[in-house]
Ligand binder design. Structure first.
Ligand code: FAD
Length: 490
């Protein structure tokens, strides 16, 4: 993209426009920092764009988050005297239109990933440049711009470990930028639309009660979450991150998704804590590696724009996926009869988030036990996750299904019972999200169908009525999945 970085002294005093996208924060926001340094009057813009070709409309939970995040951002900007203009429509019409109404000399934004988004951004930049406006763009959503991490022979490394090794060589631990101290807002900004007119939050029915009870969106909440994780979660992360019954993961994913916090801010906090011996190195390194899985997904998306629709390993194009709407519905609702799977899917429905270990188990269950296409699961997650992310979601589904880059081998089929016994040994997680099983003793909670009649009666469970029998038998489903895999190799 033909853009320019400017020296502050050369910027004219005409207004500047900051176009916010997946970067809904004031600190460590290079586009904002550049405009603040220039000291021209500033207006901010958010475009709700469901009209540009190829842009995937947000799912329900992400729309809910976006509304709250924009409210928080508008308030933070208002405190500094800067208006946030909300507009709806295709960005390559709306951004130039607002820039013209404002008389903006400069428009700045931070890059987005995704082929369709990049195409839109190039079109917007070209139009603005053709109208003699300056365009500034920055990389702020990732630690490494997509495509910049290369293996020894050039191109994106094919495995995560080689990607991670190459990235660490290129890694720079720059200090995150503070939020600008002084901003001057334009006095008469072009008119915008109301947030309510975007219709982002559910009303009839309002299914968002569980989300409201779980999350606070916005930059201040993201920073508070990071601080809480640094205090209480990071020590023990390397082992505890696999335990859905414990509190050892950061839950920063939706904040990262919407750019309320930057990966650089997170990494910087973690590395400083490790350098100061405030947290064990093993935990800091493991956590950093997870942040690099996110980088890996984004590199993959840059290389495979159709990541959410096409198998990376084309051998999977012939895979005999089953279509069974009834079983898919049971999976959606957390009624598969496998308690860990059901707990995960209900956690997702209630809170808009699911623990990573359980995401892997429910995804394996859908693609292997039920033999259903990973795209059906990816779609459901897209609609229900507050952190639904075009790179991480598709890459992770393909990873579990076995069709992805450096994927889990197809024959690795998680046993939902032993996964539960290992990672939720007392059944605390299952008891939280599958309350009808709460009274079962721990040795039975991950396999209620093995309990005798008296135990079930004592726990108030009628199998097949108050809680379903298993949708499939694990051993038989495993054999069926392995046979299906063989058929694609012939
Ligand atoms: P932490 O363990 O605290 O990790 C910190 C950050 O590192 C995360 O916020 C995330 O940005 C990154 N990260 C952690 N684990 C992974 C991983 N396995 N892959 C990529 N990045 C990772 N993550 C999303 O952000 N959006 C998605 O839509 C998404 N869909 C997924 C679908 C499936 C089937 C699976 C198996 C995983 C998916 N993940 C997704 C990855 C992972 O489950 C979440 O990032 C993680 O659970 C978020 O919780 P956290 O912030 O507490 O993670």
């Amino acid at each position: 993209m033909k853009t320019a970085r400017l020296q502050s002294s050369r910027l004219p005093a005409s207004p500047s426009l900051l176009w916010f996208r997946d970067d809904l924060r004031l600190s460590d926001n290079p586009a904002l920092a550049a405009l603040a340094e220039a000291r021209a009057p500033l207006a901010a813009l958010y475009v709700f764009d469901e009209d540009s070709p190829g842009i995937r409309p947000l799912g329900g939970a992400a729309r809910w988050w976006l509304a709250r995040s924009l409210r928080a951002l508008a308030a933070d900007l208002k405190d500094r005297g800067v208006p946030l203009i909300l507009r709806r429509g295709p960005a390559n019409r709306v951004v130039p239109e607002v820039a013209a109404l404002l008389g903006a000399a400069t428009v700045a934004f931070n890059d987005r990933a995704g082929a369709a988004e990049t195409k839109v951004d190039h079109a917007v930049a070209a139009r603005l440049l053709s109208e003699d406006r300056r365009v500034l763009s920055f990389c702020a959503h990732l630690l490494h711009p997509p495509g910049s991490v290369e293996g020894a022979s050039g191109g994106m490394p094919r495995t995560f470990s080689s990607f991670h090794r190459a990235a660490l060589k290129a890694r720079r631990l720059d200090t995150p930028l503070p939020a600008p101290k002084h901003l001057e807002g334009v006095v008469h900004p072009p008119e915008g639309e109301t947030l309510e007119s975007f219709d982002l939050e559910p009303t009839r029915p309002d299914w968002s009660g569980g989300l409201r009870a779980t999350w606070t969106a916005g930059e201040a909440a993201a920073q508070a979450r990071l601080a809480a994780f640094m205090d209480a979660g990071l020590t023990g992360y390397a082992e505890g991150r696999d335990r859905p019954d414990q509190d050892h993961v950061s839950r920063l994913s939706p904040h990262l998704r919407f750019g309320e916090i930057s990966p650089r801010q997170i990494l910087s906090a973690v590395r400083h804590a490790a350098d100061a011996d405030a947290v064990p190195l093993v935990d800091a390194d493991k956590f950093e590696a997870e942040l690099y899985w996110r980088e890996f997904s984004y590199h993959l998306l840059a290389e495979r724009p159709d990541l959410a629709r096409s198998n990376i390993q084309r051998g999977f194009d012939a895979f005999p996926w089953r279509e069974c709407p009834g079983e898919l519905k049971a999976w959606h609702r957390g009624l598969t009869g496998y308690p860990l799977v059901d707990a995960g899917l209900r956690q997702l429905w209630q809170t808009g988030w699911m623990h990573n270990r359980v995401r892997m188990v429910v995804a394996s269950f859908l693609t292997k036990h039920l033999l259903m296409d990973w795209r059906a699961g990816e779609d459901w997650f897209w609609d229900t996750l507050v952190d639904a992310d075009g790179a991480n979601n598709a890459a992770s589904w393909q990873w579990v299904a076995g069709s992805g880059m450096d994927a889990a081998p197809y024959f690795r089929i998680f046993n939902p019972v032993t996964q539960g016994e290992k990672f939720d040994p007392a059944g605390t997680y299952v008891r939280t999200y599958v309350p009808e099983l709460a009274k079962l003793p721990a040795p039975l909670i991950h396999k209620p169908w093995t309990a005798d009649t008296d135990t079930l009666a004592h726990a108030g469970i009628r199998l097949g009525q108050t809680y379903p029998r298993p949708l499939v038998d694990h051993g038989a489903a495993r054999e069926r999945a392995l046979r299906a895999l063989e058929s694609t190799r012939k």
